[in-house]
Write a protein that binds this ligand. Structure first.
Ligand code: SPD
Length: 367
């Protein structure tokens, strides 16, 4: 599956068994050295444009041996780095570049278009929160849709809820699913649940054909809104989501970092306030390998039975077998749930305008 790691110009020469003499000519590397190199992970680790001197950086790339900074528009002026032990997989799908590497300290890492999606060490925080925040906020959820989430980690978490009868997942990129099944079995285990129905395709298109009011909960586990995922933070998308939810149904949407993306968060809250007539809240959790070390969740309900997001009505501690299903819960509990809605003063201030104009009766507030 996939291409060999090691296509960069300099790396390729070493892998091909040639080395520069210093005077411009190349001489063959003795076979004993080649064997030694074949087992040297640091050599392989240099063979990807985002890996420079054995370190992967989210916002850097190497070209012809020189370091180049992308200046990622989502987090300009910073680059989080992880030490690379070996590159396990790299390939280009129809949608994005897929990279898996073994890091020194966070286990295996999945990267899409140069951006960290998950690491074995801290994936639990994101997947547990994005799944249980909505599922524990309503009594007895039955029908769930996951948008994106091809790695299967969110499915794994949903499957802890025995009230759930049916889980649709719509992931656009089959390669993400295959790669997860091969390299991240602890996440892909989510696909083994017989309640799961996989749809490989465009979620916007999928949602257009969904019967009105079909889902109790929709979870949007997307990549960042640059490129193909841009549509997923725009009003028409939220409108199709609201239409697909039953009255009092809940959306939980990945909503970036409060340190880096307050404007985006404001825009998303503002769109959701217009679209979801129940309540709109912002929650967050710490995920060390995401930019700035935190990730947010926009959580909304449609008009209908009132949802109290802050105080879980369906607490995980009371759900038979949920704590230990497949593997132990490691991050989420009812205290973390409540705490996730506590916001720092600067964020409250920045979104105050939204709160001031909100109707308190609708329970909206980032406060
Ligand atoms: N900045 C990275 C945000 C990634 C969100 N999606 C992660 C997918 C894990 N299931």
């Amino acid at each position: 599956m996939g291409e060999d790691a090691g296509r960069g110009s300099e790396c390729q020469k070493i892998m091909d068994g040639k080395v520069n003499n210093g005077n411009g000519s190349e001489k063959a590397i003795p076979s004993c050295c080649l064997k030694a190199r074949a087992s040297a992970p640091e050599l392989e680790a240099k063979c990807h444009p985002t890996v420079v001197s054995g370190w992967f950086s989210e916002s850097q790339s190497s070209s012809a041996g020189k370091m180049v900074y992308f200046n990622n528009p989502m987090w300009p002026g910073e680059a989080h780095s992880l030490k690379v032990e070996s590159i396990l997989y790299k390939a280009k799908s129809d949608y994005q570049e897929v990279l898996v590497f073994e890091s020194s300290t966070y286990g295996k890492v999945l990267v899409l278009d140069g951006i960290v999606q998950l690491t074995e060490k801290d994936e639990l925080a994101y997947q547990e929160m994005i799944a249980h925040l909505p599922l524990c906020s309503i009594p007895s959820p039955k029908t769930v849709l996951v948008v994106g989430g091809g790695d299967g980690g969110v499915l794994r978490e949903i499957s802890r809820h025995s009230s759930v009868e049916h889980i649709d997942i719509c992931e656009i990129d089959r390669m993400v699913i295959d790669v997860s099944k091969k390299f991240f079995p602890e996440l892909a285990v989510g696909y083994e649940d017989p309640r799961v129905c996989l749809h490989v395709g465009d979620a916007v298109e999928f949602l257009r054909h969904v019967p009105k009011g079909k889902y109790d909960v929709i979870i949007v586990d997307s990549s960042d809104p640059v490129g193909p995922a841009q549509e997923l933070v725009e009003k028409p998308f939220f409108e199709t989501i609201a239409r697909a939810l039953r009255p009092g149904g809940v959306l939980c949407n990945m909503a970036e970092s409060m340190w880096l993306h307050t404007h985006l968060i404001e825009d998303m809250i503002s769109i959701c306030r217009e679209t979801f007539k129940g309540s709109v809240h912002y929650a967050w959790a710490s995920v060390p390998t995401y930019p700035s070390g935190v990730i947010g969740f926009l959580i909304c309900s449609t008009e209908g039975p009132q949802v109290d997001f802050v105080n879980p009505i369906n607490p995980i501690e009371k759900l038979e077998g949920a704590y230990h299903h497949k593997r132990e819960l490691r991050f989420y509990n009812s205290e973390m749930h409540k705490a996730a809605f506590a916001l720092p003063s600067f964020l409250k201030r920045e979104v105050r305008l939204l709160c001031d104009s909100a109707t308190p009766a609708r329970g909206i507030c980032v406060s």
